[in-house]
Design a protein around this ligand. Structure first.
Ligand code: 6PG
Length: 468
C-alpha cells in the first residue's frame, strides 16, 4: 500500500502537519535521518491512523503513490536547495514538491523555474500557526504551480484551520506568491508583537503587576482587540519560572531573536517601493535589543529624565488599549498595501480578499479585525489601502484621540514606543493631501539638478538655485 503524502524534515512542524493529515484519513510517511524523530512521529500517531517514519529518502520516495506529493519543512536557504538536489534523481515527471518553510520568495521563483524545466511541479507555501497550529489546524498560504495546488487541495483543506466551516487555505497567486504572502504575514506579526511589547512597557511603568497585566490583556482579548497574540500575551504573564520564584517573563533576556522574515518584508517593501514603517520599526527594535552593552552604558549616561509616572486609571488603560488598536490596524494596513503593490508590480495576482480570509484562523496574526478587512475587500476588491475603506476609517477615528494622548505621554515619559509613534506618524502623513516633500524636491534640484514637477503647469522643471 503506497502512501498519500510524504514529508522531509520531521522537526516539530513537519511531524505535527503529518499527524494532522493522518487524523484526516490520509496515509503519511516522513523522512528524517534522525531515528529519534522517526520514532517520535510514529509513537505520536493517533491509533488507527497510517503514519510511518523512515531514515532513507529513497525509501520514502518508493513508498509514495505517484504523482508523489512531497513536502519539505527544512530551514530556509541552502538546506532547501540541498534537499531538492537529493530529491531530483529520485522523483519522476509530474511529481509535486512543496516547500512549506519560510523561504525567501525569490528563491522560490528560482526553484519553480529550475524544477519546472525538469517536469516537476514545485509550490512555495506559507504555513502559519506554530507547533499547535500545525497539529490542530494551521493557516496555509500556497501559491505558484496550479497543477500542484489542485492535486493537494483536498489535503490542505482537510488539515487547515476552519472559520465558520471555511478552511483557512486558498490559492494566493502566481509564482512565489505563497511565500511572499507568508513573508508579509510575518512582517505584520513582527509589527504587532512590537506594539504589544510597547503597551506592556507603558503599563508596567504605570505600576501594573504581572497579575494585573494578565487581567488587562485578558479583558482586551474579550473585546475588539481579540487576537491570538493578545491572548497568548495574557497567558505569558501568569507563567511561573521553574528555576526560581520569579514570573518567567521577568527573567527572560530582552535580546530578541529573529529568523529574517520581518527583515525581508522591510527590504522588499523598499524594493517595490511601499511604505511599511511600523514593520521597519519592529525589525529595528529587535536589532537594537541585541545591543545590550551599549544600552546598559547609555542607560547610565542618560539616566536622568523627567519620567512622568502615570496613575493606571481606567481611562489611562483605555488610552493604551486604543493606541494598540489603532497601531494594529495600521500594521495590517501597511502589510496589505504591500501585498497590493507586489501583486501588481511582481505580477503575482494575489487575491487580497482570500488573503484576509485565510488569515482569519490558524495563523499567528489571526484576529477579529480580519473580519472587518474581509468586509472591506468584499465592498472593493481593488482596495489599495484598507485605510481608505469607510468602516475602517470609522474605527481608526474612534481611537485617534486616545492614541495621540498616549503617544504624547510616552514621549514625555521617555518610554520607547517607536511602533506606536510610527503608526501615528504614518497615519498623519497618509491623510495629508500635501506633504512637505515639495521642499525635498527643491533641495534635490538645488544641489543635484534632479528636476521637479509643478502643481500648476505640467512638465519637468529645473531651476538655477542660489542665494537670493
Ligand atoms: C508562523 C510564524 C513562524 C515564524 C516564527 C519565528 O506564522 O507560524 O511566523 O513561521 O518562523 O514566528 O519567527 P522569528 O524567529 O523571525 O521571530
Amino acid at each position: 500500500n503506497l502512501f498519500d503524502f510524504g514529508m522531509i524534515g520531521l522537526g516539530v512542524m513537519g511531524r505535527n502537519l503529518l499527524l494532522n493529515m493522518a487524523d484526516h484519513g490520509f496515509s503519511v510517511i516522513g523522512f528524517d535521518k534522525d531515528a529519534v524523530k522517526n520514532a517520535a512521529l510514529e509513537s505520536a500517531a493517533t491509533p488507527g491512523t497510517t503514519v510511518k517514519g523512515v531514515p532513507e529518502l529513497a525509501q520514502m520516495i518508493q513508498l509514495l503513490q505517484p504523482p508523489r506529493k512531497i513536502m519539505m519543512l527544512v530551514p530556509a536557504g541552502k538546506p532547501v536547495d540541498d534537499v531538492i538536489d537529493s530529491l531530483l534523481p529520485l522523483v519522476e515527471k509530474e511529481d509535486i514538491i512543496i516547500d512549506g518553510g519560510n523561504s525567501h520568495y525569490t528563491d522560490t521563483l528560482r526553484r519553480v523555474q529550475y524544477l519546472g524545466e525538469r517536469g516537476i511541479h514545485f509550490m512555495g507555501m506559507g504555513v502559519s500557526g506554530g507547533e499547535q497550529g500545525a497539529r490542530s489546524g494551521p493557516s496555509i498560504m500556497p501559491g505558484g504551480d496550479q497543477t500542484a495546488y489542485k492535486n493537494v487541495k483536498p489535503m490542505l483543506e482537510a488539515i487547515a484551520a476552519k472559520v465558520d466551516g471555511t478552511p483557512c487555505v486558498a490559492y494566493l497567486g502566481r509564482s512565489g506568491a505563497g511565500h511572499y504572502v507568508k513573508m508579509v504575514h510575518n512582517g505584520i506579526e513582527y509589527a504587532i508583537m512590537q506594539l504589544i511589547s510597547e503597551t506592556y512597557a507603558i503599563l508596567k511603568h504605570a505600576g501594573l503587576s504581572n497579575q494585573q497585566l494578565h487581567e488587562v490583556f485578558k479583558s482586551w482579548n474579550e473585546g475588539k482587540l481579540q487576537s491570538f497574540l493578545v491572548e497568548i500575551t495574557a497567558d505569558i504573564f501568569l507563567q511561573k519560572d521553574d528555576q526560581s520564584a520569579a514570573d518567567l517573563v521577568d527573567v527572560i533576556s530582552d535580546k530578541a531573536g529573529s529568523k529574517g522574515t520581518g527583515k525581508w518584508t522591510s527590504q522588499d517593501s523598499m524594493e517595490l517601493p511601499v511604505a511599511v514603517p511600523v514593520i521597519d520599526t519592529a525589525v529595528a527594535m529587535r536589532t537594537l535589543s541585541g545591543y545590550k552593552d551599549e544600552r546598559v552604558k547609555a542607560s547610565q549616561l542618560y539616566a536622568e529624565n523627567n519620567t512622568e509616572v502615570p496613575v493606571a486609571t481606567e481611562e489611562f488603560i483605555q488610552q493604551v488599549h486604543d493606541a494598540l488598536y489603532f497601531a494594529t490596524i495600521l500594521s495590517y494596513a501597511q502589510g496589505l498595501a504591500m501585498l497590493f503593490q507586489a501583486s501588481k508590480y511582481l505580477s503575482m495576482e494575489i487575491p487580497l480578499p482570500d488573503v484576509v480570509s485565510v488569515w482569519r484562523g490558524g495563523c499567528i496574526i489571526r484576529s477579529s479585525l480580519l473580519e472587518t478587512f474581509a468586509k472591506a475587500y468584499k465592498e472593493e476588491v481593488e482596495l489599495s489601502n484598507i485605510l481608505l475603506n469607510q468602516e475602517v476609517a470609522t474605527l481608526v477615528k474612534s481611537v485617534e484621540k486616545n492614541t495621540r494622548s498616549l503617544v504624547a505621554f510616552a514621549a514625555n515619559s521617555g518610554i520607547p514606543a517607536a511602533g506606536l509613534m510610527s503608526s501615528l506618524s504614518y497615519f498623519d502623513a497618509f491623510r495629508t493631501e500635501s506633504m512637505p516633500t515639495n521642499l525635498i524636491q527643491a533641495q534635490r534640484d538645488y544641489f543635484g539638478a534632479h528636476t521637479y514637477q509643478r502643481i500648476d503647469i505640467p512638465g519637468i522643471f529645473h531651476t538655477e538655485w542660489g542665494p537670493q
